[in-house]
Design a protein around this ligand. Sequence first.
Ligand SMILES: Nc1ncnc2c1ncn2[C@@H]1O[C@H](COP(=O)(O)OP(=O)(O)OP(=O)(O)O)[C@@H](O)[C@H]1O
Ligand SMILES: [Mg+2]
Length: 256
Amino acid sequence: MILELDDVTVTFTAGPPLRRIHLDAMKHVSLSVAEGETLGLVGESGSGKTTTSRVALGLHRPTSGAVRFDGRPFPRRRRELAGRMQAVLQHPHWSLNPRMRVGQSVAEPLTVLGRPAGDNRGSGAPELMGTVTEMLEHVGLEASFAGRYPHELSGGQRQRVSIARALVTRPGFIVFDEAVSALDVSVQVQILNLIKDLQAEYGFSALFISHDLGAVRYVADRIAVMRAGEIVETADTATFYAAPAHEYSKQLLEAL
Ligand SMILES: Nc1ncnc2c1ncn2[C@@H]1O[C@H](COP(=O)(O)OP(=O)(O)OP(=O)(O)O)[C@@H](O)[C@H]1O
Ligand SMILES: [Mg+2]
């Protein structure tokens, strides 16, 4: 298992001191993602999907429960995890700096990381540009895109850049949080195909979050259904779509 969440609860506290509100965004969530596997996480807005991804990425510490990545427990040093896990978010402007050229955005995770000993990828500017060009081509963009700014790209192209940026450190695990939700259906299919192709090539594991059960079906090996902070059902994708076990899953599928 590359990722394991064991009985994770996350409680948020909000409101003024004397009228504090406690909200369990995750309640006793246990899930795992195997090497090379894509786990689809579905559920309505506010069910706790993004919170789950932030816990998985080590960006939010659980109120209780344990997280293991690569078999070792959190908390860990960010730097140690940085290149091993990446995220592609719904809006590219959350992951792409609007004032940075595409090439610089794709290179940044490598330059921030520095290189582990013995890894010559991206050493020095020409090699770095070579790596960037290679990554852009892998996501279906010409090398000339490196000189453009995000606002000069279509939504689909921006998402391709976000994916190139996520892949450049050769992560073992990538979170896609509503990564195709803002795109037209035809572009969604292109990006989903790209994700599948890249996964076959690079072998990363993924947590694919979406409220769109059609998109999840396309990429996920297994599905976990979340409702009000709880996982109500986990099943193989084929089993889930053929015969969902939980009443709430049936409702979700009927709404599709
Ligand atoms: N930093 C925070 N402080 C307080 N409450 C929060 C915080 N982040 C999330 N929440 C609450 O936790 C619950 C789960 O939020 P989360 O963002 O994980 O849902 P989600 O399933 O990703 O929803 P969506 O599909 O709309 O993205 C929500 O009720 C939300 O308001
Ligand atoms: Mg969310």
